[in-house]
Design a protein around this ligand. Structure first.
Ligand SMILES: [Zn+2]
Length: 81
């Protein structure tokens, strides 16, 4: 359990229910997934990439106890690098 935090890292997201501060799950509703393929000379296909478009709600959950952390989602997105 993380109890003592290093100074200067007061901004870490911590699950208020179980104290988890390492694993989080993002769940997106109504996702449109487009996949791009190129056909090779032998008739096989190579996957070239994906594009996703999220049209629905995006939720955030604790990866340890599944507590709903959607309240923190905006801050979560701002801290993804
Ligand atoms: Zn939790």
């Amino acid at each position: 359990m993380p109890s003592v935090r290093p100074p200067g890292i007061a901004n870490r997201l911590v699950c208020p229910a179980c104290g988890n501060d390492e694993e989080f799950v993002e769940l997106a509703h109504d996702v449109l997934l487009t996949s791009y393929y190129r056909q090779n000379s032998d008739g096989s296909f190579s996957h070239e990439g994906d594009a996703t478009q999220i049209n629905g709600e995006v939720l955030l959950f604790c990866g340890a106890c599944q507590e709903d952390l959607t309240y923190y989602h905006q801050r979560f997105r701002e801290m993804i690098f």
